[in-house]
Each structure stands twice: as structure tokens, then as C-alpha cells.
Design a protein around this ligand. Structure first.
Ligand SMILES: [Zn+2]
Length: 467
């Protein structure tokens, strides 16, 4: 398949990555993927990121089809090339071999039932298959390469490892929201897994990845967790929710690669008011990753495009758009009206500014940054944790330009969904946010590292505002 000029523009942030290039993007455009999911709602982030990345032939089966029409309208508007075909569950199994990847997405029962149907009579997996199982706040992803021999232990319901997701510490008062958040993160991580299978790059999750958004644990970082979950200190199951998320007001600075998943996940988890600051217009080159925007909204201000999408896709949500550059003069006036600030920007100067103003106003700042296959997240609580300047003491020289390098579409999704989970937990006072730790993500290895970091006693910013 020859890439048109439009394709080259749309996927320019993929094509400049040496591991992808023009030939990699051609492969993605030619890949065929099958999604077996419980409902359109649970797998919406997965589908947005697959479609944005250029995987345009998607066959699907949903147990429950509620909201299918609304999701599909938005997917087709995100990438007009996409072809969505309903998969007949009784299809002869031999046709399954034609898929580049099959995704089984939902709860443990759904995934166990459908996984069985993908195994041939001689116990081999018929096409590379990603099992993506969610519980409130937690998830497991495991990939089976095509022709791998499987045993009955590989059926999730038969395997004790999968049952760690049902740990009793999970806070029952936020089960629904926790499931929305874990489904969002599973979707972005699963999309990365699909892309790596299509392109034969990076390492595949043949050993399962387990994540827990409530306590911020990932089995790459805490390998013991998956073997001995009972040894990990839990969170009280009797936490009483004192704050209703629908009263929360959260400000997202940036409506691009990171701002999109943050807003998407906050809206899915029932946050009532989201303020969005951005000065850019929607461009075709944004659409490999910026899932709030769409082809028909190219040229529109990003904040307006975001408001149109979010308020139509989610009910009971109020979006307040700010079409401006945030700067020293206007930052306090905007930020003082919000409970939590989320940094989702592409330049260093704004990061230092948000850090300073959040310290001055004593508001939590949840910050992230991304390049190519990597991401970094920090949760900054004035007085309790390090600040941005403690971690990066060198201020950039004036005229620092926004990051314009390559970005694999779903990588900002992973970071943005984690930022949203941190914001939800801090507002609602549940779980354990990442205090005095960094979160470092690498998509090629699907690896999370969470090193500890203390605040700098000589930091000019913390010192100035808090002592
Ligand atoms: Zn500091």
C-alpha cells in the first residue's frame, strides 16, 4: 500500500520514529485485528487508539451493544479510513488465522469463555492473541503468539495468578469508577501490544503484566506482588467516600496527546467539571494520538473540539474551555478555581510555571511528559512531596520550543490515564497516590519503574513558597 500525502501527514509523528518509518506505517494500515469485548464502553479507549494509530480494519464482537453507534460515529470521524465489521461469533474457526492480532477484552469470565474458542483442536492458539482482563482499578494483560501451545491453566478462570485482581483491599465505594479507569489504561496498553505485534518490534507480554491503579503497583516494578499478593500491605476496604467526584473541578493544561486521555478518563469516571486550557487548533498531524479531536474538526480550536466531543460522549459533564496561552499574568486567576491541576503540555517553560503557581496556591499538580516510546509521570503535592524544580533544577533557556519528535499514538494514553487515576484518588481521598516517587514507562518493553525521590531541601521554588 502506497501512503498518500494525507497519510504521510496524519501519521507523521509515527513515520519519523526510526523503528516505524513509512514501511511500519504501511504495515499498520494493512493489519487486520479482531476485538472480542464485553461492551463498546469497556473497550472504547482501545478502539480509539487502534483507529488513531492507523489500524483501519477492525472486526468486532460485543456481548452487549449499548452505545455502539455513538462510539463508531466517533471512531470513523477520528480516522475516516477505518472499516468496522461485525464478527459472527459462529464463524468457522479457520478464518481466525487471518488476523494479525486478536484481542479478548473484558472481565475474567468473558475472557475465559472466548479464549477457549481461539484454541485449535490440537491445543494451539490460531492467531496471536492478547488477553486483557479488567477488575475495578486493576488489570492483567497477557499475549499468546500464534501457534503457541496452550494448556487448561492458560484459561484465566483456571489460573490463580489472574485471581489476584480480586484482592479484598479494593475499595468497594468506587468500584464503578475504578473499572472505568482500569479499562482506559488496559485499552492503551493493549493498543501498544497490538502495534508491537503488527510491527514485530519490542518485547511482547508473554509474561503477564499486572497493574493496580489504586496503589500504583505494576508487576515489573514489584515482581513479588504477582507471586505473593498477600504480602503487600493493602488499603483499608472500609474507606468511606466523603467526596462526590461529580463535585470535583479539575483543570487540564493542554488538550493534545496527554490532555486527551486525561479528559477522557476523568469524564468516564464521573468527574463533574473539567477546565481545559489550550491555544492551538486541531491539525491532521495530531490525529495519530489526540483522541479528543477528529477529521471533521480540523482547523477548530482544540478547546472547542474537546468540549464538543466530551459533552456528547459523556453525560453530566461540564467542560470549561480556555482558548489562551497560560502565562504568569493569567495563571493564578484560572488555576485558583480548580481542586487539582493536570500538566499535559509539550514545553518546559509551562511546566516550571505550573509548578510554581501550584506551590503558591497549594494545589496538587499531576505532571507528565512523553517522547517516542517513553513517558514520565509525577504527582506533586505542595508540602508533602518533591516539586518539579526539585527533580529538574535546571530551568530551560528562554525560547524553548515545544517537543515535536515522534510519539507512538497510545503512549500518551498510558500516561494520561495514570494522571487521571491519580487525580481521581487525590480528590476522593482513596488509595495511594505516587508520593515522592517517579513513574517511568517504556512501551517497547511495556515496563514500569517507580524510583523513590526526595525533595531537595535547597530547591529555590519549594523553599520560597513553603517556608
Ligand atoms: Zn522543589
Amino acid at each position: 500500500m502506497v501512503l498518500s500525502r494525507q497519510h504521510k501527514q496524519r501519521f507523521s509523528r509515527h513515520i519519523i520514529i526510526p523503528e516505524i518509518g513509512v514501511s511500519g506505517q504501511q504495515k499498520l494500515l494493512g493489519s487486520r485485528v479482531l476485538i472480542l469485548a464485553q461492551s463498546p464502553r469497556v473497550c472504547s479507549s482501545l478502539m480509539f487508539y487502534l483507529v488513531a494509530s492507523g489500524i483501519s480494519q477492525i472486526d468486532y464482537y460485543f456481548d452487549d451493544r449499548e452505545n455502539e453507534k455513538k462510539l463508531f460515529e466517533n471512531l470513523i470521524d477520528l480516522n475516516t479510513d477505518v472499516k468496522l465489521n461485525e464478527f459472527q461469533i459462529k464463524t468457522k474457526t479457520s478464518s481466525i488465522r487471518n488476523y494479525t492480532a486478536i484481542i479478548v477484552f473484558g472481565d475474567i469470565k468473558f475472557c475465559s469463555n472466548h479464549f477457549k474458542n481461539l484454541v485449535s483442536q490440537n491445543s494451539n492458539i490460531m492467531a496471536s492473541t492478547i488477553l486483557s482482563i479488567q477488575c475495578p482499578w486493576t488489570g492483567i494483560i497477557k499475549t499468546f503468539r500464534s501457534n503457541k501451545r496452550v494448556s487448561s491453566d492458560d484459561i484465566p478462570l483456571n489460573n490463580p495468578v489472574f485471581n489476584i485482581m480480586h484482592n479484598k483491599y479494593i475499595d468497594t465505594s468506587f468500584e464503578k469508577q475504578g473499572l472505568e479507569l482500569s479499562s482506559c489504561l488496559s485499552g492503551a496498553l493493549t493498543a501498544i501490544e497490538v502495534i508491537k505485534l503488527c510491527l514485530s518490534i519490542g518485547s511482547i507480554l508473554e509474561d503477564p503484566l499486572f497493574f493496580d491503579l489504586l496503589c500504583m503497583r505494576f508487576n515489573n516494578d514489584t515482581p513479588a506482588y504477582i507471586d505473593k499478593p498477600e504480602e503487600i500491605e493493602g488499603v483499608s476496604s472500609k474507606v468511606v467516600a466523603t467526596k462526590n467526584p461529580s463535585n470535583a473541578k479539575i483543570l487540564i493544561v493542554g488538550a493534545g496527546g496527554l490532555g486527551s486521555p486525561v479528559a477522557f478518563a476523568l469524564a468516564s469516571s464521573g468527574i463533574g467539571t473539567i477546565g481545559i486550557v489550550d491555544y492551538d487548533d486541531v491539525e491532521l498531524t495530531n490525529l495519530n494520538r489526540q483522541i479528543l479531536h477528529s477529521t471533521s474538526r480540523i482547523g477548530m480550536q482544540k478547546v472547542d473540539s474537546a468540549k464538543i466531543f466530551l459533552e456528547s460522549f459523556f453525560s453530566n459533564l461540564k467542560v470549561i474551555p480556555y482558548n489562551l496561552h497560560i502565562d504568569k499574568k493569567n495563571a493564578v486567576d484560572i488555576m485558583k478555581n480548580y481542586d487539582i491541576i493536570i500538566g499535559a503540555v509539550d514545553n518546559l517553560q509551562t511546566r516550571y510555571l505550573l509548578n510554581e503557581i501550584c506551590l503558591r496556591l497549594k494545589k496538587p499538580l499531576i505532571e507528565a511528559g512523553i517522547t517516542k516510546f517513553d513517558g514520565l509521570e509525577m504527582t506533586i503535592i505542595p508540602g508533602k512531596t518533591y516539586c518539579y524544580r526539585c527533580v529538574f533544577p535546571e530551568m530551560p533557556s528562554k525560547g524553548d520550543s515545544p517537543f515535536s519528535g515522534g510519539i507512538l499514538g497510545p503512549v500518551p494514553g498510558v500516561l494520561g490515564f495514570i494522571q487521571a487515576a491519580e487525580a481521581f484518588k487525590i480528590y476522593s481521598d482513596v488509595g495511594k497516590p505516587l508520593l515522592n516517587r517517579l513513574l517511568i514507562f517504556n512501551a517497547m518493553q511495556t515496563e514500569f519503574n517507580l524510583p523513590s525521590l526526595k525533595k531537595d531541601p535547597n530547591c529555590p521554588v519549594c523553599k520560597g513558597f513553603l517556608h
